[in-house]
Structures are given as structure tokens and as C-alpha cells.
Design a protein around this ligand. Structure first.
Ligand code: ATP
Ligand code: MG
Length: 397
């Protein structure tokens, strides 16, 4: 969701309505931080003393998105706003899940459970910012610092280790020293996290503006070795200037190191990763040719070439584009003489033979050994049919 003035106005209406019912309500989280930094944010989080049940009674359109955790989504003119009740968290299990959550506590208590000082700023509907834990000063110093004792906060929830790195990537901030050392100390807790959450945060880091800084922290704090074989990938990509999609990072990591088979990719992503790795092997030392470009299509070849280039092999982008542009056919349907024509012109019944001959025609046309013209292809195809039938007769005798 893009936050326009209109969207903010709708959020302010939610705050005013909650206040009119006697509750406290504020903007909180990333949006307030981003506003202080003059950055655009993606979503608006609101925090309130009202219980989820209260919010559901007050607003007409509410979805129970995370009611157990005190969050509901209020829809205003079809836009979603996450409204979360002030809460404190009891002891944590699995370094991620609080065992108990109590609602309806104070704003002060709610802010203490948040991760970093920059993420606990709150803002009133009149855009007055309140800062209970030195967040503005840390933003000024461009520092990421946990609220409370760092070691304890990462032990409670190890996802915060990756969140800290994600904010380094997004903002280019540094890690405050205690925060950094506690991240190092508790790095093995990352193993307890659901792999989907790890991938989600890693993907955001890979595409972030300050990826280099985040990756350097991962290496310096010995976090990279805990990440399921991604270390070599992280090392090699750390100083790369080029933008990367998450899948490109995972492909590089697979080529460079022994990545454990723990990451969850969709079938489509898995197929792309495997294909790129195969083609990389074929093209890293040798040239792409027209047939490779035809079979794999332009985007796949450019992706393989990008991987090759990043790994220090020859950049063949220009010739790939040129070959693609000059391809006489892009699909078997573009052949001037088709399987159907072979059927008509001969009394062949064997479809597998037709397939073989069409493959030959395709190859010859693509490699410009034959022009894509009916007469020329017909002549070649009929000659091949005849030859093959003779061979078969010979074998039968
Ligand atoms: P983004 O700009 O990526 O949305 P954000 O800071 O808003 O960043 P969210 O994941 O949207 O991050 O979370 C909203 C707020 O909830 C955070 O700013 C923080 O105050 C709190 N929060 C989120 N995850 C955690 C966590 N794991 N531990 C403690 N507080 C958290
Ligand atoms: Mg947010």
C-alpha cells in the first residue's frame, strides 16, 4: 500500500474515533520512524488501549487478522489498517513465540516489548512525536539499538537478529556495539526459526540499498556461517554493486557453496534455479549459440549471463540479444514446413519419426543451415523420410 495524504487522513480518523470512545490510540512502528527520516513507508501500524473486541464493535468493517496477538485490520474505504492493542509479552518459547500475551496494559509497557529504539516512536493524530526510549537520538546517530538488554531481547526472539540486519540494509545504519555483540552471541538461535521467516528477511536484505553493509555485518559477526551454507554466496556478493533479485542470490550461493536443502522454493523457482545452474555449466567457458537461445528464451539466457558475469566469466549479453533478434523462428509453429505437411506429403504413420525430422528442421533453420522456406524444408524433409525408411528396411532384412 502506498501511503498518500488521504491514507494518513483515514488513519487519523481511526485514531480520532477510538479516542472519542475513550481509548488511547497512536501511529507506531516503521511509519513513524520513516517519517522522521523523511522516507516513504509501505504500511501504517496503529496502537491502542482498546481491546480487539472493542475495535470490532466500533468499526463497521474489521477483519480478525491476528486477534490472538491483539491485532485486527480495520478497513476504511477499502484500505487496510492494522490496529494492535497495547500488550506485554510473557516468557518466550522457541526463541520466537511468547507463551502468554496480556492485553490492555499501558502504552509504556507496549513500547518496551518492541525491538529497536527507532521502532518504538509513537505519533499522535496531530503529528506530535513521543519518544520513550531515546529513539530520536539513535536515529540522529544512525544507530540500531535494542530496547532494554540486547542479549535478553535476542534470546526472547531470534528473528530480531535478522530484523536488525534488514534495517541495516534498508537504512544504512550501524549496529550499536552491545546490540551487535549480542547478535553474535545468539546467532545459533537463528537455527530455531521457521525457514520461511529466514528467507523472507534474507530476501529483503538482498534487495536493500545497503546490502553491502548488512552482508559485512553478517560476516563480521559470524552470522553468515549459521545460515545453511549461504556463507560463500554472502562473501562473494557482499561487495557487488549490481542489483540482485533474491532468486539470483540463491543461485549464486548454490554455485559457490554447499547450500543445504532447507530453503523452500516454489516448483517454478526450483525449476529456474536448476535450469540456470545447468546452463551456467554449459556457457561459462563456451559461447551461447542460437540453438541455446532459441530453446531457453531470452530472459533465461540473460539471467544465466548475469550469473556468469558476476562470477567473472565473459559477458555475452550483446551477442545473446543479437542472436535472439536474428532467430528465424521463435517457436516450432513458425516453421514454414510443419509436421502436418510431412503427414500429407508422405504416407508415414510413425509420428515419432515425424518428430525426429521436425527437430532436425528446427535445428537446421535456427542454425541458418536451411532457410525457413516451404520448398527448401520440404525437399530436406522428404529426403530424410526416404533415407530413414530405407535404413529401416535394410535393418529388417
Ligand atoms: P517496515 O518498514 O519493514 O514495515 P516496521 O518497523 O514497520 O518496518 P513491521 O514488521 O511492520 O516493521 O512491525 C511493526 C512494528 O512492530 C515494529 O516497528 C516494531 O515496533 C514491532 N515489531 C515487529 N516485529 C517485532 C519483533 N519481532 N519484536 C519486537 N517488536 C517487533
Ligand atoms: Mg511496518
Amino acid at each position: 500500500m502506498v501511503i498518500t495524504l488521504k491514507t494518513r487522513e483515514l488513519a487519523k480518523q481511526i485514531i480520532r474515533t477510538l479516542k472519542a470512545h475513550g481509548f488511547e490510540a497512536y501511529f507506531v512502528g516503521g511509519m513513524v520512524r520513516d517519517q522522521v527520516l523523511g522516507l516513504k513507508s509501505e504500511d501504517i501500524d496503529l496502537t491502542t488501549s482498546a481491546l480487539p473486541e472493542d475495535v470490532m464493535k466500533i468499526f463497521k468493517r474489521v477483519k480478525e487478522t491476528g486477534k490472538k496477538y491483539g491485532s485486527v485490520t480495520v478497513l476504511m474505504e477499502d484500505k487496510p489498517f492494522e490496529v494492535t492493542t497495547f500488550r506485554t509479552e510473557g516468557r518466550y518459547t522457541n526463541n520466537r513465540h511468547p507463551e502468554e500475551i496480556s492485553f490492555g496494559t499501558s502504552l509504556e509497557e507496549d513500547l518496551k516489548r518492541r525491538d529497536f529504539t527507532m521502532n518504538q516512536l509513537v505519533m499522535t493524530e496531530d503529528e506530535e512525536i513521543m519518544d520513550h526510549h531515546g529513539g530520536l537520538e539513535d536515529i540522529e546517530k544512525r544507530l540500531i539499538r535494542t530496547i532494554g538488554e540486547a542479549s535478553k531481547r535476542f534470546e526472547e526472539d531470534a528473528l530480531r537478529i535478522l530484523r536488525a540486519l534488514r534495517f541495516v540494509g534498508k537504512l544504512g545504519f550501524s549496529l550499536e556495539e552491545h546490540t551487535a555483540q549480542a547478535m553474535r552471541k545468539h546467532r545459533y538461535l537463528l537455527k530455531e526459526l521457521a525457514i520461511e521467516r529466514v528467507m523472507q528477511e534474507l530476501s529483503k536484505i538482498v534487495t536493500s540499498d545497503y546490502r553491502t553493509k548488512a552482508f559485512m555485518y553478517m560476516l563480521d559477526l559470524d552470522i553468515a556461517p549459521v545460515l545453511y551454507g549461504l556463507e560463500e554466496g554472502i562473501k562473494n556478493v557482499a561487495h557487488l554493486e549490481e542489483d540482485l533479485y533474491p532468486i539470483e542470490f540463491f543461485i549464486l550461493a548454490h554455485i559457490l557453496g554447499d547450500v543445504e536443502d532447507v530453503f523452500r522454493f516454489s516448483n517454478k523457482e526450483r525449476a529456474i534455479i536448476e535450469r540456470v545452474i545447468e546452463l551456467h555449466e554449459v556457457t561459462k567457458e563456451d559461447d551461447f549459440n542460437r540453438f541455446i537461445v532459441y530453446v531457453n528464451k531470452l530472459d533465461m539466457c540473460l539471467l544465466v549471463n548475469k550469473i556468469n558475469r558476476i562470477l567473472g566469466y565473459k559477458d555475452q549479453e550483446e551477442s545473446i540479444r543479437e542472436m535472439h533478434e536474428r532467430l528465424p523462428i521463435h517457436d516450432v509453429c513458425d516453421l514454414a514446413f510443419k509436421g502436418q505437411d510431412i503427414l500429407w506429403k508422405t504416407n508415414l504413420k510413425k509420428h515419432s519419426l515425424i518428430g525426429v525430422i521436425i527437430d532436425e528442421l528446427k535445428y537446421k533453420v535456427i542454425m541458418e543451415e536451411l532457410p525457413n522456406e516451404y520448398k527448401a524444408l520440404e525437399e530436406y524433409a522428404l529426403k530424410r523420410v526416404e533415407e530413414t525408411l530405407e535404413e529401416m528396411d535394410d535393418n529388417n532384412e
